[in-house]
Design a protein. Structure first.
Length: 447
């Protein structure tokens, strides 16, 4: 598939990064929507992405989501939210209640199909968040369970592909197919355009809805139709419970390690530590950390990874609308004291920007690539007594130097657009990745 033939954001079925197969899509920045679920989805930009022959590691997420974790199972807002807020104006005054009743009566009495009262009530709750920013939303109990299962924990039952959707064209693309996943075993490839899922038209719905048809019970089959280079292909994919790898690593030279993080999940922290240990055992004296196309993840997870590589000190801090500040610091005396380059691009977002910002402000390494996405706000999640939940943008975050990168992004120390140095028939190789080659050159000069 030609790099300019199709543009789809990394909506997660978001299978956008792969270290072994080394094939991925690179997208130019725009407003795609991103969410990652059992089938992962993601939406990033409205422009056509460039197809990159290389790929890094596998990852998934739910929206360019940066969550504040404050509990075992959920990421929570301050308990007793009302007490923490300034006086608020009642939404449900008598006129509003009367209007809602009048509108719902017309729906229940005249709509061409029967509508359950519960559906109307859920719509009211959801509507409260629809008028806020793009990250805030209401979840039913079932949706929340999926959110935690697939976004925070890193485990889900699906096919193992990261999907992207262009919100202008509604095109859904497999941004990354995870190595060893059911999707890969069936023959799905990075860059495939998803046409139908069990007969449902992928172009007629948002990715979050489409993903519901892709996920399912373990060992059941989903039929997926795709377009690849103008040809229509069909796959029967058996769903499995997956613990997706979000960290991949290898030695690029005798003494330079490479570590790719595709998402900051809870399970990714241990993967990161194991990868660092393995590289050090192989004689690593310098390191390239690849955050290209990493949409973010859990705040505590990125801070835990930073704690492994940076000395004691401030990593990031958040502030709410009232100016209340919370600081996150590296506390471990042990850190990675060696030359480091961090690769980023326009799809490196949220937690990825926290990582890059902490490294840059701490002068602990060189940031190389293109300006990052620019998501400098934090969402908090709170589960309600009935099992439903909400995600609300509650804080801005700031790099250690005091910069909020919302709508701005992190500007690299070395700006370099990605370019695949091989020909059309060449398979991806790090020797053909101009950004990795530039990073190797920087590290060589630092010795």
């Amino acid at each position: 598939m030609d790099g300019n033939a199709f543009h789809t954001a990394v909506f997660e079925i978001d299978s956008s990064g792969l270290l072994s197969e080394k094939k991925v899509m690179r997208m130019r920045k725009s407003k795609w929507k991103q969410e990652s679920y059992a089938t992962e989805e993601r939406d990033l930009s409205r422009k056509s992405p460039e197809r990159r022959k290389g790929t890094f590691a596998g990852g998934f997420l739910a929206g360019i989501l940066l969550t504040v974790a404050a509990g075992i199972a959920v990421c929570m807002i301050v308990p007793g939210a009302r007490n923490a807020m300034s006086p608020y104006e009642t939404v449900l005054d008598q006129d509003t209640e009367n209007k809602i009743e009048e509108l719902s009566a017309y729906i229940q009495g005249a709509y061409y199909e029967e509508v359950a009262t519960e559906e109307l009530q859920e719509g009211l709750y959801r509507g409260l968040y629809d008028n806020l920013d793009e990250y805030s939303r209401y979840y039913t109990a079932e949706e929340y369970e999926e959110l935690y299962e697939n976004t925070l924990s890193g485990t889900y039952c699906g096919i193992g592909a990261l999907l992207q959707q262009d919100m202008d064209t509604m095109t859904v693309t497999a941004a990354h197919v995870y190595e060893g996943s059911p999707a890969q075993e069936a023959g799905l490839q990075d860059g495939d355009i998803i046409s139908t899922v069990d007969g449902y038209d992928a172009f007629s719905m948002e990715l979050s809805e489409l993903v519901n048809y892709i996920k399912g019970e373990e060992n059941t089959t989903v039929h997926v139709t795709v377009y690849r280079e103008g040809e229509q292909l069909e796959f029967d994919i058996v769903r499995r419970t997956l613990d997706l790898p979000v960290v991949s690593s290898e030695m690029l030279t005798e003494d330079t390690g490479y570590l790719a993080i595709t998402e900051f999940t809870e399970s990714g922290v241990d993967q990161f530590r194991e990868a660092l240990d393995s590289l050090q055992e192989q004689g690593m004296e310098s390191l390239i950390i690849d955050l290209r196309d990493n949409p973010g993840g859990v705040l505590e997870s990125v801070c835990a990874m930073l704690d492994e590589v940076l000395p004691e000190g401030l990593l990031v801090y958040t502030e709410d609308r009232y100016g209340n500040r919370k600081e996150y610091e590296a506390e471990d005396d042990e850190y990675l004291d060696l030359p480091m380059v961090v690769l980023v691009n326009e799809n490196s977002a949220s937690a990825s920007e926290i990582f890059a910002g902490a490294v840059q402000d701490g002068e602990a390494g060189t940031i190389l690539g293109t300006t990052t996405y620019g998501k400098g706000v934090v969402q908090s999640i709170r589960r309600l007594e009935d099992g439903s939940a909400f995600k609300l943008t509650t804080h801005r975050y700031f790099t250690p130097g005091g910069t909020c990168i919302q709508d701005i992004g992190i500007t690299p120390d070395v700006e370099l657009e990605y370019q695949f140095l091989g020909g059309e028939e060449d398979a991806y190789d790090v020797s053909l990745d101009n950004q990795i080659q530039e990073a190797l050159g920087i590290l060589q000069e630092s010795k």
